[in-house]
Ligand binder design. Structure first.
Ligand SMILES: C[S@@+](CC[C@H](N)C(=O)[O-])C[C@H]1O[C@@H](n2cnc3c(N)ncnc32)[C@H](O)[C@@H]1O
Length: 315
């Protein structure tokens, strides 16, 4: 188990992935994570889970609870947890059929899998695990590795609509990592739902890391289509109120978001929402919502309801 805990890493590309900000987050993890008194980790917007895997490396014993509103994403996590060997077999079949094809054949294959995924969605009951989830998880992982930029985007009908990515040698199957993740997830509950669903699990032993969809820097940089529902300013306000509920329950809470001051130095949206919390700005590069050359550096907001030792100088 120790080896799995140390080696497991994100297995899906996900917009807003936090790998490049991990150091800044790790320096701000609450004191006592892993060495007590914090023994529970909750991530209500898990996405690709970069922070979850980092916490899992240091928090022992730690029970974890992961949530996301995206049912397809949670379906994949659930299958990795419950049926990893069949998932590996099915992904290996897709990989071995796809890789030998020429560029045109690969494109046709990709759109064939995408069409099948969308056509079969009405047959899937996302609220009840079944064997049919495994094939779907393999299709989703295949598309995630071969689509344009590893995006997950759906249209209004809920159809996955990302175009083919044209990578020369996409890494479709990493069986060792999937097995390591599967072992790690044995001690983890994974559920789909709105972020508020985690509330009954939160107590004073809990660390909650919150990474909502970015508040767009401007209208052209909007990327909020992880699911059919948008995450707008009303949701950001609802989330800030929820963080105050978690604070009153005694949990340690860390929130990250894009900094609106990148675009408009006078914009105090988050400073006002999270007044009384510790608010820091750390430098970030951003793959999605990126800005044109020659513009200033982008900051990311890191907000905590506790104090920690990290100084801005380290970032
Ligand atoms: C910025 S991403 C998280 C990225 C993640 N931290 C990572 O490293 O990959 C935001 C996630 O929030 C999810 N989401 C959007 N609205 C939500 C809601 N109301 N409740 C829970 N999750 C939501 C999206 O599906 C998406 O996966």
């Amino acid at each position: 188990m120790v080896r799995e805990r140390l080696s497991a890493k994100p297995f899906m590309k996900w917009a807003g992935g936090k790998t490049q900000l991990l150091g800044a987050f790790e320096r701000r993890f609450p004191p006592g994570l892993g060495r007590g008194p914090i023994t529970r980790y909750i991530e209500p917007f898990v996405g690709g889970g970069a922070v979850f895997f980092s916490v899992a490396r240091r928090c022992r014993p730690c029970e974890s609870f992961l949530f996301d509103i995206n049912e397809e994403l949670i379906l994949v996590y659930t299958v990795v947890k419950r049926d990893v060997e069949n998932l590996i077999d099915q992904l290996a079949l897709l990989e071995s059929a796809f890789l030998p094809l020429d560029a045109e054949g690969r494109g046709l294959f990709y759109y064939g899998v995408r069409g099948l995924l969308n056509r079969t969605r009405p047959e899937i009951d996302f609220s009840r695990y079944s064997d049919s989830w495994t094939q779907r998880a393999a299709q989703l992982l295949f598309l995630n590795r071969t689509c344009y930029n590893g995006l997950f985007r759906v249209n209004r009908r809920g159809d996955f609509n990302v175009p083919f990515g044209r990578y020369k040698r996409p890494r479709i199957l990493d069986a060792d990592n999937l097995r390591a993740v599967s072992r790690l997830l044995e001690h983890t509950e994974v559920s789909s739902g709105d972020f508020t669903a985690c509330e009954p699990l939160v107590d004073e032993r809990t660390f909650v890391y919150i990474d909502p969809p970015y508040r767009p820097l401007n209208e052209t940089s909007r990327f909020t289509s992880y699911s059919r529902s948008r995450f707008d300013d009303q949701d950001q306000i609802r989330l800030a109120e929820f963080c105050r509920v978690l604070d009153r329950k005694g949990a340690k809470v860390m929130i990250s978001n894009s900094d609106p001051k990148n675009e408009d130095p006078g914009n105090d949206f988050f400073d006002e929402l999270y007044a009384g919390f510790t608010i820091e700005r750390v430098p970030a590069r951003r793959a999605i919502n990126c800005r044109g050359k020659g513009r200033g550096p982008l900051n990311e907001l890191i907000i905590t309801n506790y104090s920690h030792r990290a100084g801005a100088k380290q970032d």
